[in-house]
Design a protein around this ligand. Structure first.
Ligand code: FAQ
Length: 333
């Protein structure tokens, strides 16, 4: 009937899908949060699952470079701090997997994808932590880069993700400070300790800049993710903010960047770095970095060797549920 009312030359009325999409985009444009159970385009849901699960995997895999140093930390105090930091990363992974579950996926399936090499995790965790100074560089540079990105994600459009990110950022800022403090102490120590700090910065500097993602011109998801406010800033802008925040800290440490072209552009009031080796980034994210195989192997082994913990927790939960239903039925099972 409706189609008979359309005059020749008029645009056809929008379909239900188009109307829903338009209303969804209007909610995003008004900065409303999208909550569990709200209608969302399938592609929005998929993009969130992709980005948030990659982040969750990164937090979990990110524990491996640091764990080697738990038994070699230079003091009990440093060991306790590192232990707390690594436990925080595990917690971040768990919050983020929980967020993906609100989007209708199963955590086990995501972890299967990671272990089978079908899912990505951050490029940065495919580099080895060779000395104690690397623990400082990871905290300062890696957590530092992660925070700049994640502060922006506190305003992401999906409510559960935005709220998880607020808590994660608070913990990441402690991580960044502990990393800086390690390097601060080393740069005020012996010549060998100072050299160790410089060597760690030399090795982690470029990977930290790369971990913020490809240039905007090569970012596959950036444009649509920004339209949906899944991401609030482009990769290049986040990288610029990270550089602006980090170079003065580098100078305060008395260390240098392995970048002869790094300079302050007074006119633009920002730092500019030399060319990033995007071939290296592509090699690492396609599975050919220094530690990709080692990291996935360790993740698979951890899942297998800890299966008994999950089984025990499930058995305990089963017992509690049986007890609860028996109490509800007046003691009858
Ligand atoms: N590594 O289109 P875009 C941490 C992929 S947490 C590997 O620009 P997007 C805490 C990307 O997936 C660190 N792959 O992608 C910690 C896509 O491939 P796909 C993680 C990367 O999503 C510290 C393709 O390239 N943080 O460090 C990387 O719009 C210390 C095209 O890229 C998060 O995950 C990379 N670095 O922007 C833990 C935050 N970059 O999926 C332990 C949330 C890009 O089509 C110790 N994520 N790719 O196959 C995000 O904000 C975004 O996903 C970006 C990438 C900004 C990372």
């Amino acid at each position: 009937m409706c189609s008979q009312l359309v005059q020749a030359g008029d645009a056809p009325p929008p379909s239900t899908d188009e109307r829903r999409l338009r209303a969804f985009q209007q909610r995003i444009d008004r900065d409303e949060k999208i909550e569990v159970g709200d209608w969302m385009p399938d592609q929005y849901r998929k993009s969130l699952v992709r980005q948030i699960s990659q982040h969750a995997h990164s937090e979990i895999i990110g524990m491996f470079p640091e764990r080697n140093w738990l038994t070699r930390a230079p003091s009990l105090h440093r060991k306790a701090i590192l232990l707390a930091k690594i436990q925080d990363e595990a917690g971040h992974g768990l919050y983020l997997y929980s967020v993906t579950e609100t989007l209708g996926v199963r955590r086990d399936d995501l972890i299967d994808d990671l272990h089978a090499g079908r899912a990505k995790y951050s490029s940065i965790f495919n580099y080895p932590a060779l000395t104690w100074a690397d623990i400082g560089a990871i905290g300062w540079l890696v957590d530092g880069a992660a925070i700049v990105n994640q502060i922006s994600l506190c305003k992401t459009s999906y409510g559960p993700a935005a709220r998880a990110m607020v808590r994660i950022c608070k913990e990441e800022s402690f991580h960044q400070r502990q990393g800086y403090d390690i390097l601060w102490q080393l740069t005020r120590g012996s010549e060998a300790q100072r050299d160790m700090a410089q060597d760690a910065v030399n090795r982690w500097w470029w990977p930290a800049l790369m971990m913020l993602g490809p240039r905007d011109s090569n970012s596959t998801h950036g444009e649509q993710s920004m339209k949906w406010k899944i991401k609030r800033h482009g990769n290049d802008e986040i990288r610029r903010k990270f550089l602006d925040q980090t170079v003065p800290q580098l100078e305060a440490l008395g260390l240098t960047a392995p970048d002869p072209e790094l300079r302050y552009d007074a006119k633009a009031e920002r730092y500019r770095c030399g060319a990033i080796d995007w071939d290296e980034f592509q090699r690492v994210i396609s599975g050919h970095g220094q530690c990709n195989k080692q990291r996935l192997k360790a993740a698979r082994q951890a899942r297998e060797s800890q299966a008994w913990v999950r089984e025990a927790a499930a058995a305990y939960e089963g017992k509690r549920n049986t007890g609860r239903s028996a109490r509800r039925n007046g003691g009858r099972l």
